[in-house]
Design a protein around this ligand. Structure first.
Ligand SMILES: Cc1cc2nc3c(=O)[nH]c(=O)nc-3n(C[C@H](O)[C@H](O)[C@H](O)COP(=O)(O)O)c2cc1C
Length: 172
């Protein structure tokens, strides 16, 4: 069995970037691997899981839920990217929405989230709501979109690295 396994879901590459930094930050001497959830076949196993996802309507995908709820007696950390506001309150909400799927006999290590750029079609969609929805709400969504454009940036990736260090300290 591996010591550390990173499993992630990423449609457009933001969460993949975090996953790769997290994988690199993990000690290599004890055995580690990284898997895109699309190629997950359940055959790999590890003591410590770093499970990553992108926010999809405030939650994670079914594949990620399946993995989280299948884990027993593991150390588990969550990470992910989202397009909306860069606030601890929002990140906490995303964390709670995923954490509920982790069975109680695991040890939960914590979560790390940052913003991730969204596709231009999403900006177009927000713009298309002009005249149909509250302008203030549309402006807020557009500001989230524009704020997210540069993320994940180097600072986000550095924080992901530090998150791994914190998790490793908790485990040892
Ligand atoms: C269909 C769809 C739903 C989304 N839902 C949310 C959401 O509920 N909250 C949020 O903050 N971002 C949401 N986003 C933005 C993505 O979570 C964000 O851009 C993320 O970084 C994408 O990660 P990826 O590049 O790893 O796929 C959504 C994006 C798409 C395409």
């Amino acid at each position: 069995m591996l010591k550390n396994l990173v499993v992630y879901a990423s449609e457009t590459g933001n969460t993949k970037k975090l996953a790769e930094v997290i994988f690199d930050a993990l000690p290599s001497s004890t055995g580690k691997d990284i898997v895109d959830v699309r190629t997950w076949n359940g055959k790999l196993d590890a003591e410590n899981y770093f499970v990553g996802f992108w926010a999809n309507r405030g939650s994670c995908s079914l594949e990620i839920i399946d993995i989280l709820s299948s884990l027993r007696k593991k150390n588990i950390a969550l990470f992910g990217t989202c397009g909306m506001g860069n606030t601890n309150t929002y990140y906490h909400k995303l964390e709670q929405n995923a954490k509920v799927w982790i069975p109680d006999d695991n040890r939960y290590l914590g979560a790390y989230f940052c913003q991730g750029k969204m596709q231009p079609s999403i900006r177009d969609k927000y713009e298309s709501y002009r005249g149909k929805c509250d302008d203030n709400k549309i402006d807020l969504m557009l500001s989230f979109f524009d704020d997210a454009l540069s993320h994940p940036d180097n600072q986000d990736l550095l924080k992901a690295h530090l998150f791994v260090d914190e998790c490793m300290k908790k485990i040892s």
